[in-house]
Design a protein around this ligand. Structure first.
Ligand code: F6R
Length: 250
């Protein structure tokens, strides 16, 4: 079953420092440990730039014999209003960047609907029906978001429709022809409580642009102002951080 959020916990995440080519290998090692022990694991997957080399490294390991085709993938989020077939949708990303290279049938790929009014509740039910997430990969926004839980998100939040911060739309403009205005204004995201109900979590951060958010998440107050700080309420979190993203850590 899924783990309950412990309000009294403030646990330092295990830190793995790895830069350059080592970053993807260190993160893939963590994923491989879970996958090798449970080939039909439910893997929660972040999209965005950071994990791309990690998924590529897993695909490389598949060619060396790692069984990945029995996995089920559960995405963190989706833009509201994008058709799943849209090349900018996270449905498309998860299929093309993760599922296809890992040999996972698309029937075992789950992404919240960006078109349905009931997407949040439907997704919560889906995750429960899968028996919960074994390992959740999360990235971190420059503003400390995880999933699309922007500053202000509650620790009790579940999958729901949210408004994206302006800074998030600017950060993701690269996927929309460089135009922040073209980035959807809303998304459906797993909530903080949803993310924390995964049995294990791996946080990935690369680049100097993440240094402040990483330091606030790891050493700052646990609060809605930095949603990633809520990861310290979970007992099984490992953060894989490169030198630049870890540049402001004590
Ligand atoms: C993506 C997601 C976001 C990203 C974060 C970092 O599914 O939920 O929280 O992980 O915005 O994005 P990148 O890796 O592009 O810097």
């Amino acid at each position: 079953m899924t783990a309950a959020v412990r309000e009294d916990l403030d646990l330092a995440p295990a830190l793995v420092r790895a830069s350059g080519e080592q970053f993807a290998r260190a993160a893939a090692d963590l994923l491989e440990r879970v996958i090798a022990g449970k080939p039909d694991a439910v893997l929660g997957v972040a999209t965005g730039d950071t994990p791309v080399p990690v998924y590529a490294e897993l695909a490389r390991r598949r060619t060396l014999g790692l069984r990945t085709d029995l996995l089920t993938l559960v995405a963190l989020d989706e833009y509201v209003g994008l058709d799943p077939a849209d090349a900018r949708s996270y449905q498309h990303y998860v299929r093309e960047e993760i599922a296809a290279p890992l040999g996972i049938p698309f029937g075992n790929v789950h992404v919240p609907s960006g078109l349905s009014e009931t997407a949040g509740d439907d997704y919560e039910r889906l995750i429960l029906s899968l028996g919960g997430v074994d390992l959740q990969v999360v990235g971190i926004g420059r503003n400390g978001h995880i999933g699309f839980n922007e500053p202000g998100a509650e620790v009790t939040s579940r999958t729901r429709r949210v408004e994206l911060a302006e800074s998030t739309r600017r950060a993701n403009a690269g996927f929309f022809g460089g135009d922040p205005e073209a980035v959807p204004t809303h998304a459906v995201t797993q909530g903080i409580a949803t993310i924390l109900s995964a049995r294990e979590i791996v946080l990935l951060a690369r680049g100097a642009g993440k240094a402040e958010a990483v330091a606030a998440a790891v050493h700052g107050e646990i609060s809605s102002a930095v949603p990633a700080s809520f990861l310290r309420r979970h007992a099984q979190v490992t953060a894989v951080i490169d030198d630049d993203a870890g540049g402001m850590l004590a």
